[in-house]
Design a protein around this ligand. Structure first.
Ligand SMILES: [Zn+2]
Length: 72
């Protein structure tokens, strides 16, 4: 998915990518509903739908557009 238009500068053609923790080999997801934290401080994830976050970067101004269109 290298198409799309930058909403910041209008450049056509965004670079594909995704959000990850730089220390662990995971990836970012969009979680349905308001953030609720459990007793240990982590976000409650049970029963929520989760979607992969596509992060497309503009090669001209480096603005990043986020899309959550693929459910896990
Ligand atoms: Zn741009």
């Amino acid at each position: 998915m290298s198409d799309g238009k930058c909403t910041h500068c209008g450049h056509q053609g965004l670079e594909p990518g995704f959000l990850a923790d730089h220390k662990q080999p995971g990836f970012g997801v969009w979680v349905e509903g308001e953030l609720e934290r459990g007793v240990f401080g982590g976000a409650k994830m049970m029963g929520r739908s989760k979607w992969l976050v596509d992060a497309r970067r503009c090669p001209q101004c480096y603005h990043v557009e986020l899309f959550a269109g693929r459910q896990l």
